[in-house]
Design a binder for this molecule. Structure first.
Ligand code: NAP
Length: 301
């Protein structure tokens, strides 16, 4: 029996765990995959205080070191459901079932898909969501990046230093990304920008990506397609709780508590205005301190 179970070891979950542990809560962290979450897929971060520039996997490792230094217990297990029994929370995972007074959901977001029929099948066979992980495989080849936000432009820039040519495909005629980044991309000679362009098909040969079709008419023979078209929340295990909006983001109050007493949510899986590393870390800290407050009230009562 724990005071608090935190689901997810991205920056918001680990931030919550640090504050929970330091305020004396008996806490367990659960993660289904790699600690650090989406951080592991980010090439370069230059907006996190304390670091003029840091690679995502390095920040991820630093966070994981904090978990170990503070002796915070964690388990690698996928959460299947959360049930509420009186004021106890029952968290069922692929490993075991755990109980706690409080839960903080910090399950983050996953990459949005284009929704093309063979996209899933070609993931890892020419289609990728991680330039940092897969870019080197396409050295001196032609590749495409789809998206118009900061992620797509940053990763197009990163790839342009490895590959022969990058087609940057965006569905509108203006980018959502920061102006300075757009300027840098435009100056890169081996990046060709295709505005008002939608990928209408991905064509495979021998189980690998062969080419992409743009606006139903333009065939681009590329060795890889990197998709950076935003994110959607990881919320499969939340189905029965009814705490999300119609897009799957968890609704919380100003204390990061959901409509279910004792269940909090933080980071990229909640409905909010700004999705940044620093705001995710803030969410985790505030939620953990609010759990501490409620635990104190419970004890006194
Ligand atoms: P994003 O800002 O949501 O941008 C997603 C892009 O994909 C948009 O340009 C969107 O087009 C396009 N898109 C969405 N669905 C599409 C579809 N079905 N087909 C084709 N294109 C589609 O996502 P992001 O770039 O991953 O950034 C997420 C957040 O992280 C943002 O707040 C961003 O600022 C932040 N971020 C910050 C940094 C940094 O500060 N260094 C780096 C990376 C990310 P439209 O523009 O037409 O909607």
């Amino acid at each position: 029996m724990y005071d608090l179970i935190i689901i997810g070891m991205g920056i918001s979950g680990i931030s919550a765990a640090i504050y929970a542990k330091n305020s004396g809560l008996n806490v367990l962290l659960l993660e289904k995959d790699t600690p650090g979450g989406l951080l592991n897929k980010i090439n370069k971060i230059n907006n996190y205080p304390g670091y003029s520039e840091v690679a995502g996997p390095d920040l991820s490792l630093a966070l994981f070191e904090s978990v170990n230094t503070l002796g915070i217990p964690y388990k690698i297990a996928e959460v299947e459901s959360i049930e509420v029994k009186e004021d106890k929370k029952i968290v069922k995972t692929t490993l075991d079932t755990f109980e706690s007074d409080f839960v903080i959901i910090a399950s983050g977001r996953k990459n949005r898909k284009l929704g093309l029929s063979n996209e899933e099948k070609l993931l890892g066979r020419g289609i990728s969501t991680c330039a940092l992980c897969d870019g080197a495989l396409y050295k001196d080849k032609e590749v495409a990046v789809v998206g118009g936000g900061n992620s797509a432009l940053e990763e197009a820039l990163y790839l342009s230093n490895i590959v022969k040519k990058v087609y940057l495909i965006h569905r509108r005629d203006t980018f959502r990304a920061d102006a300075s980044l757009v300027e840098q991309v435009k100056m890169q000679k081996n990046v060709e920008i295709l505005y008002d362009s939608e990928i209408t098909a991905v064509v495979e040969e021998d189980n690998k990506l062969k080419e992409i079709l743009v606006n139903k008419e333009k065939h681009l023979e590329v060795s890889a397609l990197f998709t950076y078209i935003g994110f959607e929340p990881n919320h499969d295990f939340l189905r029965t709780l009814e705490i999300t909006d119609k897009f799957g983001y968890i609704k919380v109050d100003k204390n990061y508590e959901t409509k279910i007493k004792g269940i909090f949510a933080v980071g990229d899986c909640i409905k909010k205005d700004i999705y940044q590393l620093i705001t995710a870390a803030n969410d985790g800290a505030v939620a953990a301190l609010n759990v501490r407050k409620q635990k104190n009230v419970k004890k006194k009562g």
